[in-house]
Design a protein around this ligand. Sequence first.
Ligand SMILES: [Zn+2]
Ligand SMILES: [Zn+2]
Length: 342
Amino acid sequence: MKAAFVSARSTVMISDTQKPRPGEGELLIKMQSCGICGSDIEKVFGKYGQPSMRLGHEPAGIILEVGPGVVGFKEGDRVFTHHHVPCYLCHYCKHGNETMCPKYYETNLTPCGLAEEYVVPEWNVKHGGVLKIPDSMSFDDAAMIEPLACCIRSWSKFRYTKGDTAAIFGAGPTGLLHLMIAQANEFSKIFCFDVNEFRLDFAKKLGAIAVPATQSTHQVYSETQNRGVDVSIVATSNLKAISDAISITRKGGTIVLFGVPSKGATMEIDMSIVYSKELTISPSYAASDLDTKKSLDLISSNKINAGALITHRYSLDESQRAFEHAHTGQNAMKIIIHRGKD
Ligand SMILES: [Zn+2]
Ligand SMILES: [Zn+2]
């Protein structure tokens, strides 16, 4: 069986590994579609020391084998599988910080989502980490459940209302998922900043006010009655976006830190502005299965057409090329990896 691994910096290797078998309470899944996430790209090309170097955490597929003692799932079920599932009992979970739960980091897919087949651990199977998807939902759409869920989680951390305005820094796949959420919540104006022309164009076609990141952010003020936007979402690792967000977010507004900064990234911030404007800075990491359930609903009810962001598909064998493509972002939005031929 084939699976993708990081074999050296900037190198994704497809190696033949032993076919995993499901143990007590576990499920064996035949992967069909799995997206490449910004954090996967960072694992391959970056230097952010992640707790796990497993590639692919957005997989959807078909249950191939059901381990002894599994209840509620059968061979042939079409599913989205969550790689991390929290305990719901610890101090963090009780405070709504499920993605900070120690159990959350312990749980994972084996060998990883970017594999022809993978095993879902018993904990995930028992605690809501496996979602059956409707027959009408494609596996590509199901691969968008996790990235959308991460965005949804960040939106659960601040207050907003119909007619609000947003600025999104970074018009990549996650930036545009944030755009779609803002639209679903009937925001009146949504600005998208990026340097990449293809991405700006993509954002514009989806209905955003696309602004080249090099351009002054003053347009935002003139279009928001000189208040600034209600919420800024930083969906890039570029730290300049954070200072821009501080300057264009209205008094009392929120800045969501969503893009993963590189390890050791530091910057200078005039904290007197953050204080006097009463800005809330809200970082958001990953998603819990509560978020993935909401995400599945939004996609299956067509309230959010996340699949519209998929521009390229590669087979598992072509993973190296797929990662290079996702890394450069050349004329690409979301890139999905398919299992390929049997
Ligand atoms: Zn992801
Ligand atoms: Zn917990």
